[in-house]
Design a protein around this ligand. Structure first.
Ligand SMILES: Cc1ncc(COP(=O)(O)O)c(C=O)c1O
Length: 384
């Protein structure tokens, strides 16, 4: 359905095809120039209505579960990789039929499933996730190398690689630059380099935010090339998610009411931080709103009219603040949260029965296409 911008339903995730293509062209340039393979991490971006575009650039997907693997297999095609902290027994058989690459988090999990892989009747390349115990990610919630991390094998726990292991996988970055990767790679090489001659591939995980405007793409390419020169037999795989969906769209919402307690005004919108933008509460971070500025300074907050944005659930903490607006907000006005495609869309829930935002695309020619609308059935089907 083609609509004018003002007719886009609210709330709605809106992806801009032009921005997605810009990201994909840059990622494609990196993989071609550096001689690496880049696949899409579905945990960050699973908007399958765009897969026909993405598959022109990327050769496959990586999944964290059977459901994601099926989505990659059925909707994207190409290579299907998987990594999970542990694989449920009732899902593994199906996973084996779908995947080309499976990375295991522990020796136990590999030992448990290796005979099923041998009997699969097709080639599956197996790998182990390693923990280089080096990560520059400050927030422990997103740092897989924190003390006690369950994610990946530490060097001391591998004396030799078990038979059948063809690759190693590390994931220690989150919205990082290539210099963090360079330092990480050094730690990986120091701790696990002794195994490189016995493997065929090394997966550098995700977290490479190469589409952010200040990312030094040439430095990344140089780094990958230099690594490849030293280990020409190794296939280098990168599996970013955020970099694909980075700044490719927004979430439109509408002001339903304004709760006014004098100095504290709350714009109640038809979306929810808890149900639709959970990272704002979890990370936490304050989303950029079109036509508004975030005021951190308490003195300024006293002298200027600030607004909180209040979510639609009755969770007391379902709000974000404090914003000043270029134009005084009125009931019925739209509030546009920027950069809400990667991670946000895959994390939505129907908490409080709040309806899920619709999903649409602004095509390259400027036409808006509504691709999905949700309703009662979607809410009910998750329950019983
Ligand atoms: C194993 C693995 N690969 C890839 C990714 C994608 O990371 P990003 O979206 O930051 O690029 C993640 C994210 O958590 C991950 O855990």
């Amino acid at each position: 359905m083609n609509l004018k911008f003002s007719e886009i339903p609210s709330p709605c995730f809106v992806l801009e095809e032009r921005a997605l293509l810009k990201n994909l062209r840059l990622i494609d340039h990196v993989q071609k120039t550096a001689g690496a393979k880049i696949i899409l991490a579905l945990k960050a971006f699973s908007m399958f209505s765009t897969f026909s575009i993405i598959r022109k650039f990327l050769s496959g997907t990586t999944a964290s579960s059977l459901n994601e693997a099926r989505l990659g297999f059925e909707e994207f095609g190409g290579e299907v990789h998987a990594y999970s902290p542990a694989y449920p027994e009732n899902e593994f058989n199906e996973l084996v039929h779908i995947c080309n690459h499976i990375t295991f988090n522990s020796m136990n999990d590999y030992t448990k499933y290796k005979s099923m892989i041998k009997k699969a009747g097709k080639k599956i390349s197996c790998g182990l996730r390693i923990n280089p115990e080096y990560s520059e990610v400050k927030n422990p919630m997103y740092n897989p190398c924190v003390t006690g991390s369950r994610l990946g094998l530490r060097a001391e726990s591998i004396t030799e690689l078990p038979e059948g292991i063809e690759g190693l996988h590390f994931h220690t970055l989150c919205e990082c630059d290539s210099f963090a990767l360079e330092r990480t790679l050094k730690a990986v090489e120091e701790k696990f380099g002794k195994f490189f001659s016995s493997i065929k591939w090394l997966n550098f995980g995700g977290g490479h935010l190469m589409t952010r405007s200040d990312y030094d793409v040439n430095h990344l390419i140089g780094l990958l090339k230099e690594f490849k020169n030293r280990y020409p037999h190794l296939e280098i795989i990168l599996e970013p998610g955020s970099a694909v969906g980075w700044q490719t769209g927004f979430l439109i919402s509408t002001i339903l009411d304004i709760i006014d307690y004098g100095e504290l005004k709350t714009l109640v919108v038809d979306t929810s931080f808890s149900a639709h933008l959970p990272d704002c509460l979890e990370v936490p971070y304050k989303p950029v709103i079109r036509g508004a500025t975030i005021l951190e300074n308490q003195e300024e907050q006293k002298s200027l009219q600030t607004y909180r944005i209040g979510g639609l659930t009755c969770l007391a903490g379902d709000w974000c603040g404090d914003y000043i607006f270029e134009k005084t907000p009125q009931s019925g006005d739209r509030i546009i949260f920027e950069d809400m495609i990667h991670y946000t869309m895959v994390k939505t829930t129907t908490f409080n029965g709040v309806n899920l935002p619709s999903i649409g695309i602004i095509r390259e020619n400027g036409n808006f296409e509504l691709v999905k609308k949700f309703g009662y059935a979607d809410f009910r089907n998750r329950l019983s």
